[in-house]
Design a protein around this ligand. Structure first.
Ligand code: PMP
Length: 500
């Protein structure tokens, strides 16, 4: 552990972990867990290398926009690097990649331009080229950029050799996307020990390398078919991959079935506690096959390119439920407390005795002229006023509806530091309760008149009366908006189905 001047210094030096439970007992199977990179994938290495190479060559000018076509991990790595270094970033991505990836990119400040899934990897690349040429962006060209292979020679391969401490490596197993990992690591391992077998895994339904058919110019490879391993085998054999093959680096190509990739990613989580994505499960499938054939006592090294965190909306998480299953329900029923089916059996909530609540109760008994006045002041300040709590998800949902309708709301956060002055947030509660007839938060007022909470707001939107009330006090809103307001609530608040 050290102190770092920048998150970028923490890229690389990922751990090599020996599998204890999944590997054949007589073979040492080591996995290189690239999820340890700051943004969770092997592509962080490439992102930093490509940007710094372009800075050195002068191809990238300070403040210039960076663009790249990426299945996600490259973009996420680039977004981190660009954020730290101050470059705007645009990413082109096929719509078929997982939603988490898009959201992560946008969270990191990048802009994401989606391309039709039918146009595959080539389509997103063509779009990136078009945008770069039109707007003068710096295009990373990860599929052919030598900096992508070089960083793996300089870091990934060296780390493997250092960690193996001179033990001979029988085989090193990887998949390929850009081929940066393949080209960069294989040449260093081969130079260190020519006997090390370089094994490349690819989807069984898209045998780009296994078929031996050459990549035709400018069109999809004839053997490409869509597959489950995001980040692996695009619809063409990239220049970096072709170079590794042409240099005679590849000793063996192992086809892997999508189902097997999913199964092994889950096994790795449940048997070894290592949480990775689909291409990692796929690489492991190939590595296990190699390990089963390897001589006793040999060492096999397997790349695990990324974390499983960004696959929650993909088939990797199929069958992983949000609700309790029968077994979990039975476990819940096995003790009396805190159950959904018998609310009475739950221990009665303890009356709260915090000073704030006692103050509130005392205020309720006497009238609080100052709080009454404050409420009226707020109502006079804006036609739409919402009394809210920052952590309350009903308040977020109500705010989302107003946002979508383009309505400005004065939101009074009762738990904000401003409302803590003179304990006003607490003192406003009983005053609000008296005026509205409801003790709950949020409470929404339109034109000074109480509307109700989140439920009443959504009902008023659905039956059209919200629009009328807004119009009556001169507040413009997007009356054409089509919004299913229930979907604005977080999923755990959606009305439960019959099992409830
Ligand atoms: N797995 C995943 C999840 C990836 O994002 C990538 C990168 N496209 C790879 C594997 C392949 O790595 P490389 O581009 O170095 O061949």
């Amino acid at each position: 552990m050290a102190r770092y001047a920048s998150i970028l210094e923490t890229i690389g030096r990922t751990p090599l972990v020996r599998l204890a439970r999944l590997a054949p007992p007589d073979v040492n199977l080591h996995v290189k867990v690239e999820a340890f990179n700051p943004m969770g994938s092997v592509k962080d290495r490439m992102a930093l290398a490509v940007i710094e190479a372009a800075e050195r060559s002068g191809d990238l000018r300070p403040g210039q926009t960076v663009i790249e076509a990426t299945s996600g991990n490259t973009g996420i790595g680039l977004a981190m690097v660009c954020a730290r270094k101050g470059y705007p970033l645009v990413v082109t991505m096929a719509e078929s990649f997982s939603l988490e990836r898009r959201r992560l990119l946008r969270f990191l400040g990048a802009r994401v331009v989606l391309t039709p899934a039918s146009e595959k990897g080539s389509g997103m690349l063509a779009k990136a080229v078009e945008l770069a040429e039109t707007h003068g962006y710096f295009l990373c060209r990860q599929f052919e950029n030598e900096a992508n292979a070089e960083v793996h020679s300089r870091t990934t391969a060296r780390e493997i050799l250092d960690d193996m401490q001179g033990e001979p490596i029988h085989a090193w197993v990887t998949g390929f996307g850009t081929g940066g990992t393949l080209k960069g690591v294989s040449r260093v391992l081969k130079a260190a020990d020519a006997r090390t077998r370089i094994v490349v895994a690819e989807p069984d339904n898209a045998p780009l390398l296994g078929s031996g058919e050459v990549q035709p110019q400018g069109v999809s490879h004839p053997r490409f078919r869509p597959h489950l391993m995001q980040g692996w085998s695009p619809d063409f054999i990239s220049p970096l991959t072709q170079q590794a093959v042409a240099a005679g680096m590849v000793d063996e190509v192992v086809p892997v079935a999508g189902e097997e990739a999913l199964r092994l990613a889950r096994e790795l989580a449940r048997k070894e506690g290592i949480f990775v994505g689909i291409s990692a499960g796929a690489t492991l499938a190939a590595a296990l096959e190699v390990a089963r054939r390897a001589p006793a006592g040999s060492h096999v090294v397997c790349m695990l390119p990324d974390t499983g965190e960004r696959y929650q909306t993909t088939p990797l998480f199929a069958g992983i439920e949000d609700e309790m299953n029968e077994e979990e329900l039975a476990l819940s029923r096995s003790t009396p407390g805190f159950r959904f089916d018998t609310p009475a059996a739950a221990p009665a909530p303890q009356p709260s005795a915090t000073p704030a609540v006692r103050v509130a109760a005392a205020q309720e008994a006497t009238s609080d002229a100052e709080a009454e006045q404050r409420l009226d002041d707020y109502l006079a300040q804006a036609p739409v006023v919402m009394f809210a709590l920052a952590w309350c998800e009903f308040c977020w949902a109500a705010r989302k509806l107003f946002d979508r309708l383009g309505v400005d709301v004065l939101s009074v956060e009762l738990d904000s530091p401003a409302c803590q002055v003179g304990d006003m947030g607490v003192r406003l509660r009983p005053v609000l309760a008296r005026r509205t007839g409801a003790p709950t938060i949020p409470q929404i007022f339109i034109g000074g008149e109480p509307l109700g909470g989140c439920g009443e707001l959504f009902e008023a939107w659905e039956n059209g009366s919200l629009g009328e009330r807004l119009a009556a006090c001169g507040v413009a809103h997007d009356s054409t908006a089509r919004i299913d307001s229930r979907l604005l609530l977080p999923a755990w608040l959606h009305p439960r189905s019959a099992e409830a």
